[in-house]
Design a protein around this ligand. Sequence first.
Ligand code: FES
Length: 165
Amino acid sequence: MNELYDTIIETYKNKPGALLSVLEEVQRKTEHTYLHEQALTYIAQKMEVPLSQVYSVVTFYSFFNLKPQGFHTITVCRGTACHTRGSKPLLDDVMHLLGLHEGENEEGESYYTTSDMQFTVRTVACFGQCALAPVIAIDDVIYSRMTSEKFAGLLKNLMTKKVPS
Ligand code: FES
């Protein structure tokens, strides 16, 4: 794994935003799309950046994950516009369908992963598409004016596809 980190660090060395780029690529290339402690420590040492600075970056940007993620990520917007147009029932639907309970996440984090590592459900404060509320995303695809029926159809379709465990 260190060889992979070295290659990535070498690619971005001396470029603007090198730390951010390295962290992004390491996360993308790590199974279950996250940054584990060992990786962060190694990157900090190799790039001669204080570990505290690395942690500041990964905790500031919501797209960094410090825990393993499911194969699919479902994101429900919980901003005001989406809330007003029914995002809470959509969140409840997906949690129910996947057998997740908000109380399961003991660390107070706003995402939940199924035990088979197939799905992660998370929330965001706003997708910036409030006029199209309620908005959800499945992996990298954003869906607007979502309804419970459409959402259930998309999820069932996703659940029938075989994905690596
Ligand atoms: S509040 Fe949901 S997109 Fe802005």
